[in-house]
Design a protein around this ligand. Structure first.
Ligand SMILES: [Zn+2]
Length: 83
């Protein structure tokens, strides 16, 4: 990959420090850390296999509408496995 773009839509969304899908509030830091993970070719662990470990559940790459502002151990292990 030589470049990537991520767009944060403000179409009905409020970007603040909370995560609430129903009221369309999103924490910009959680979302950007997640999207930067995709730039690194990381996938959603919950979509890779039938079961999710506790480390995968805590990973910023598992989208579940909770605040996850830093990389978890599974995120780091996945990046290390790729690179
Ligand atoms: Zn994603």
């Amino acid at each position: 990959m030589t470049w990537a773009n991520s767009y944060l839509s403000n179409d009905g969304w409020t970007w603040d420090d909370t995560m609430n899908q129903s009221s369309k509030h999103a924490d910009v830091r959680t979302v950007l850390v997640h999207e930067l993970g995709h730039w690194l070719r990381l996938l959603h662990p919950n979509q890779c296999s039938g079961s999710v470990t506790s480390a995968e559940a805590a990973a910023v790459m598992t989208p579940d509408w909770t605040l996850k502002r830093t990389l978890g151990s599974d995120d780091k292990a996945a990046a290390a496995a790729i690179y």
